[in-house]
Design a protein around this ligand. Structure first.
Ligand code: PEP
Ligand code: MN
Length: 346
């Protein structure tokens, strides 16, 4: 339910509306607008009767919001969310590039790759310390040691860290080291984990589930937002389809669809979407052309020795070339690469 206040409503009238929402054991969200103030309501399990509010003094209209996600949708927030990460903002006009290996392997590997992606202009560093693997016999990540190596790489390069959170058990450790907590495709509907992440203030990157619809994806974002964490952005990483020429099918159509329905930023991961090195750069370029707020690219300087996802890792030289192309595409669209903002925000 959305309560639209009259343009000339008084403070007391707004206060009375908020009090009534709370009296119903629901949560009001004041949505300030240039001319009109609205109050969004969450917490109701069934539809609310508009007559509860539309006769109150100062109320212009009470309207039902038909979408099941509320806080993630544009009805409750018109303006785009910008998620602050270090000196950058994800969701503004500046393009964000997150790059690094699939997994943290050794100190040398992490530092070598971190230096190369930094030199090429990436603004954030990725690397998994806890890896969700299809096979229990495959490399599962270095765990806490991996987090410490990410901290070393951050100390040297200054790049904020994006790393995956697998479960509640390791949440405190990962939250200590990560600038962005990555929820992987396999955990998109781990609602217990989402509820806990929603109680943090740290940015969360929510990857799309292996076969999640846009509605399901936004409902998962709603779990995070409804717990109070507003620093959420989405990552399209390809979905399961019938085609077998690639690891997944990159759904670029979802980029403008998300931007239409939601204020949350959306980035694209062409590495997991294709699984094939030669296709990563073309799809990264296409993602920027489609309006993504950023991309996440796996980079490895010795991909044949990589412990995870070597076949889709770009060599640092190829990554540097891609960065030049992405800057050109962003420039052609009147955008640019995100730069550090003066007051700690981009
Ligand atoms: C990853 O980014 O390393 C990863 C495991 O991605 P996804 O969850 O999209 O498979
Ligand atoms: Mn990977």
């Amino acid at each position: 339910m959305l309560i639209l206040m009259q343009t000339d409503h008084t403070k007391k009238q707004l206060k009375d509306v908020l009090a009534k929402v709370k009296a119903l054991k629901l949560k009001p969200h004041v949505i300030p607008g240039k001319l009109n103030v609205a109050v969004g309501i969450t917490g109701n399990s069934g539809a609310l009767d508009p007559h509860l509010f539309d006769a109150m003094p100062g109320v212009r209209e009470a309207v039902r919001v038909s979408k099941s996600y509320k806080l993630a949708g544009r009805d409750f927030q018109h303006h785009d969310t910008i998620v602050p990460v270090g000196p950058f903002g994800i969701g503004g006009p500046g393009l964000i590039v997150i790059a690094g290996p699939c997994a943290v392997e050794t100190e040398e590997q992490m530092l070598r790759i971190a230096r190369r992606v930094k030199a090429a202009g990436a603004q954030m560093l990725r690397g998994g310390a806890f890896k969700p693997r299809t096979s229990p016999y495959a490399f599962q990540g270095l765990g806490k040691k991996g987090l410490q190596l990410l901290a070393l790489a951050k100390k040297e390069t200054g790049l904020p860290i994006v790393t995956e959170i697998l479960d509640q058990r390791t949440l405190a450790d990962v939250a200590e080291f990560a600038d962005v907590l990555q929820v992987g495709a396999r955990n998109m509907q781990n609602f217990a984990l989402l509820k806990e992440l929603g109680q943090l203030k740290k940015p969360v990157m929510l990857k799309r589930g292996l076969s999640a619809t846009l509605d399901e994806w936004l409902m998962s974002a709603e779990y995070l937002l409804s717990e109070g964490n507003k620093n959420i952005f989405l990552c399209e990483r390809g979905i399961r389809a019938f085609s077998d020429h690639a690891r997944n099918t990159l759904d670029l159509n979802v980029v403008p669809a998300v931007k239409e329905l939601s204020h949350l930023p959306i980035i694209v991961d062409p590495s997991h979407a294709t699984g094939v090195r030669a296709r990563v750069a073309p799809m990264a370029r296409a993602a920027v052309a489609a309006g993504a707020h950023g991309v996440m690219i796996e980079v490895h300087d010795r991909p044949d020795q990589a412990l995870c996802d070597g076949p889709q890792a770009l060599h640092p030289d190829d990554f540097a070339t891609l960065m030049i192309d992405l800057a050109a595409i962003a420039g052609a669209l009147g955008r640019g690469m995100a730069t550090p903002a003066l007051k700690g925000r981009g």
